[in-house]
Design a protein around this ligand. Sequence first.
Ligand code: TRP
Length: 380
Amino acid sequence: MASVTPWEAKGNIDYDRLIQEFGTQPLDKTLQARLIRIAGEDHHFLRRDIFFSHRDMKWLLDEYEKGNKFFLYTGRAPSGPIHLGHLLPWLFTKWLQDKFHVRLLFQFTDEEKFLFKEGLTLTEAKHWLEDNMLDVAAIGFDPELTDFLIDTKHAGMMYPEAIKVAKRVTFSTAKAVFGMTNQTNLGAIFYTAMQAVPAFLPSIYANKKIPCFIPHGIDQDPHFRVTRDVLPKIGFDKPAAIHCRFLPGLGGMESDGKMSASDASTAIFTTDDQKTVKRKIMKYAFSGGQATTEEHRKAGGNPDVDVAYQWLTFFEEDDHKLKRYYEDYKSGKLLTGELKQILVDKINAFLKEHQARREQLKGKLDRFIIKDEAAFERYQ
Ligand code: TRP
C-alpha cells in the first residue's frame, strides 16, 4: 500500500490516484502549452509530465497576463544533506524565475524537523540550515530576486501572521488533514501555520494581494490545502501551486518510493564525489536488464523499471538521446553497465558545476537572507 504524507512517501506511487485523493487538478496539455507559450520556452519537466498536477494555475496565468505578476514561494526543512530528489522543484523554480523575471521567497523551516523528528536537536537543524542554504543558492537563483526566510530567525516578522492562520485552523482539521492525535506535540500541530505565512507575507507589506505560485513536491499539498482554505477568510487570495513527482530512490519505486536522505544507498547527495556517484549507481541502481549479457542481447532490457533510465528522464534534456537510450536498451543493443555509465557521466557533469557554485558561495549567503521588512517592498 503506497502512502504519501508530508513526512514520508512509500511504495509504488500512483500519481493519478494522488490527484484524486488530494483533490488537485491534472496539469493537462492545454495548460502546459499555455505556460510554455508565456515562458517562451519548453521544459523537459513539463513535456515529460514530471510536473503533473496543480492548483489554480489558470487563475495565476490569467492574472499574469493582465499584468498582475506573481511571486514564487518554495522551501526546505533542514534536517540532513541535500540529495538529487530535493533539487527537482528548485531547478524548475529557477527556470520559472528566469523565464518570468519574478521574485522568489524561499522558506527554511529550521524548526520543522525539530518538531517532527525524534532526536534532531535545534543545533543540528541549524547546521543543516547553513549547509542546505548553500545548495539552494547553488541552484543559481538570482540574488537580486531571491529572499531566504528562516523561521527561527525571522520569527518576529512571521509570528503575527502565523497566529492569524492558526486561529482559523482547529485541532480537528489538523487531525483530519495530517493524521494528528492527542499524543501529537503542540509545536507540530501549530507548524502548518508557519508554512502558510510566506504565501501572503509579501501581500501584508505591500498592502495589496500579490498572487503566489508554489512549485513543490506533491507530498506538501496537505499544508497548502489548509493554507488555501484559510487565506480567503483573512483577506488574501489562495496561492496557486504546481506539483512534481518524486525522483525514485536508486533501489526503484517498487521497493522504497522516493529518494530518502536517511538511506545513503538509495540517494545521491549534492556533495558526493565523482567516484561515489559511480559506485552508488553501478552498485545500487535497480536494473531492468537481463541476468547475463547473452540474455540481454537476445531479450533486451526493460527501461520502464530500470532506475538508470528513469533517472535519465529527469536529467537528460535531449528527447532524441533519451529516445535512443530507450530503444537501444529495449532491443538489447545497450547493456545495463553502459546505460548506467551514461547516467554517471550526466550526473557527474551536473554535480561538478553545482559543487563549484556551492564552493564559491561559502561565506556569501548574506545577500540572500532577508535583513528586514524592506525586503518585501520589492514584491509590489
Ligand atoms: N515542509 C517542507 C519540507 O519538509 C519545507 C517547506 C516549507 C516547503 N515551505 C515550503 C516546501 C513551501 C515546499 C513549498 O521540506
